[in-house]
Ligand binder design. Structure first.
Ligand code: ZN
Length: 131
């Protein structure tokens, strides 16, 4: 297992980690197989989506915050229930094909670390399998 460190700078943020993940795949020497990306946090997640137009990230974060407001009479006293709910909606892992040593992603796709209770130093776990 490989552990990447992700430093987030805002409370809610989508950070493009595609190059970090690709670098880890290259370093591991994986040519054909799968790369599992797992976020071991309860107020963060992983998504694959458009990384060409940065306004997509803004729209996603704005809509998630509309759907899950920061304050909504939550029971959890830590003050980050919105982050927990957003993390569940986004999900905490992705499996990505690797072909000829490269992550197989669509032209406009990138891998995003989704922070919902930052800023923090976070971990992203990778496990690769040749197949
Ligand atoms: Zn909490």
């Amino acid at each position: 297992m490989i552990e990447l460190t992700v430093k987030t700078g805002k409370r809610n943020e989508l950070l493009d980690v595609t190059s970090q993940v690709q670098e880890a795949v290259s370093k591991a020497g994986l040519k054909e197989g799968l790369c599992i990306v797992y976020c071991p946090h309860t107020t963060a997640g992983v998504a694959i989506n458009e990384n060409a137009d940065p306004s997509v990230k803004e729209d996603v974060l704005r809509k998630l915050t509309e759907l899950v407001p920061k304050d909504d009479n939550y029971s959890h006293m830590e003050g980050n229930s919105d982050g927990h709910i957003k993390a569940i909606l986004v999900g905490n892992s992705k499996t990505i094909f690797v072909k000829s040593g490269k992550l197989v992603l669509g032209t406009w796709e990138g891998i995003f670390f989704c922070e919902f209770d930052g800023p923090r130093s976070r971990n992203l776990l990778l496990k690769m399998a040749e197949c």
